[in-house]
Design a protein around this ligand. Structure first.
Ligand SMILES: [Fe+2]
Length: 440
């Protein structure tokens, strides 16, 4: 690495860590201590747990792992081990109170910045290209996204605000409903992206049959049609497991939706109740609801490979891009990422972020459920720890792609894989649908 490249990498890491910490502060300084300690949903940790957990992971991986330092407070390690305590039980733990949690995070960060000044990015895979620093920045941003979901579940007066995204561009009305992605091989996953996590690796060739994909995510208006048509009560369009869950959980609309006396749909968003915006991508639906909607529409969910081919394959060069628009990092013109807004932009937004075949908003706005289970790619090896991905592989989880308004660019790539249970609705997830193309 040249001296200039080395300095640029140090600066990049510092910027990414600072951005994550600023977001954490924004999500925790806006509420009283009692609110930080409270559990707003059994699905979520108290915010004060996330606060100390991100600091604890930072200490573990950077100060102890890279810096070789002694543990600062070994007695608290087990409290913040996500595998030792499920979310529902975390409020009963003797957690650090808010002031101590903030102090701990500040102290760890100060020492990390000292370490960053003198660390060498050579001599091991963990530090090469700054990987473990990037992993920690991603980890904090992923917790920030989880904390944002906690805010969405929290009741009470609104405490978060952000400007809304702009209106859809004028050409949206002329957008085709679906785009054709031709069949053939493409490169899925990555071996080159320096901060990609183990489950995105290695790059490998996948053959995909021709298929059509919705040009944009499914909108609230389309989903309201599904509801009005009785989609929630038509057993034949649901998978067996989905139907059973629908009945048990009493699902009849997306989470946070309610109908007023006149039949209009309203939704609660970060404490604000407002009419459901018809052009916005639908959100807070579980995989089973997405799957049933697709069947109702005479379609299906795209597989993960189809999604990635539509998002990355460049037919002109035959190679896979980092992002739908090319290899450049996302800007506000490309995608709705990084909590700049507190909602997805209308379907058809971000024409500059379109993929080669014309699909828009594959990155940002809403996570997109895919048909696929969360499985390792051929040649996968766990790195740097099994608990990041490997322990989750199997048929229990479905893959989500593309990030959302709630995901930071550092934790959102064309290859990035997210996963969750098919019943989960508190995440910022929507979907788009697909159908087989002609084999000609
Ligand atoms: Fe974590």
């Amino acid at each position: 690495m040249t001296i200039a490249a080395d300095a640029a990498l140090r600066e990049e890491i510092e910027t990414r860590l600072a951005a994550a910490r600023a977001r954490t502060a924004g999500l925790t300084d806006c509420v009283e201590d009692a609110d930080l300690i409270a559990q707003h949903s059994p699905l979520m940790s108290p915010l004060v747990w996330d606060l100390a957990h991100v600091a604890n992971q930072e200490e573990l991986w950077l100060l102890r792992g890279v810096g070789g330092r002694e543990p600062m407070h070994p007695e608290i390690d087990p409290l913040y081990d996500a595998f030792e305590h499920p979310r529902a039980t975390r409020p009963t733990l003797p957690l650090l109170p808010p002031a101590q949690a903030r102090g701990y995070a500040r102290e760890v960060r100060g020492r990390v910045l000292d370490l960053l000044e003198r660390v060498a990015f050579t001599g091991g895979r963990l530090v090469e290209a700054g990987f473990v620093f990037g992993m920690i920045a991603q980890h904090e941003q992923q917790h920030d996204e989880t904390m944002l979901a906690t805010h969405q579940l929290r009741s009470g007066e609104p405490v978060l605000s952000a400007p809304p995204p702009g209106p859809a561009p004028k050409d949206t009305a002329r957008l085709p409903a679906e785009v054709l992605v031709p069949g053939g091989p493409f490169t899925m996953g990555t071996s080159a992206e320096p901060w990609a996590l183990d489950n995105e690796r290695p790059a490998h060739v996948v053959d995909v049959l021709p298929f059509y994909l919705d040009a944009t995510p499914v909108t609230n208006a389309a989903f309201a049609e599904f509801i009005a048509d009785g989609g929630y009560f038509e057993e034949r369009i649901w998978s067996a497991a989905g139907w059973e869950h629908r009945q048990r959980a009493g699902l009849s609309a997306p989470l946070f939706w309610q109908q007023d006396g006149s039949g209009q749909w309203l939704r609660r968003r970060f404490g604000v109740t407002e009419p459901v915006p018809p052009a916005e991508p639908v959100m807070h639906v579980c995989w089973y609801e997405a799957d049933a909607f697709a069947r109702w529409a005479g379609r299906r969910l795209p597989t993960e490979a189809e999604w990635e081919k539509a998002a990355r394959y460049d037919p002109a060069s035959g190679r896979s891009r980092r992002y739908p628009w090319g290899d450049d990092d996302p800007t506000p013109a490309h995608a709705n990422l990084g909590q700049r807004h507190l909602q997805p932009a209308p379907a058809g937004s971000y024409p500059q972020g379109a993929a080669p075949f014309g699909a828009r908003q594959l990155i940002g706005d809403v996570w997109e459920w895919t048909a696929s289970d969360f499985l390792p790619y051929p040649g996968f090896s766990a790195w740097p720890y099994k608990e990041y991905s490997e322990v989750f592989f199997g048929t229990e989880y479905k893959v989500l792609r593309g990030g959302a308004f709630s995901a930071d660019p550092v934790a959102c790539r064309g290859t990035f894989r997210n996963w969750d249970y098919p019943i989960r609705r508190q995440i910022f997830a929507g979907f788009r649908t697909a159908r087989d193309g002609d084999l000609g």
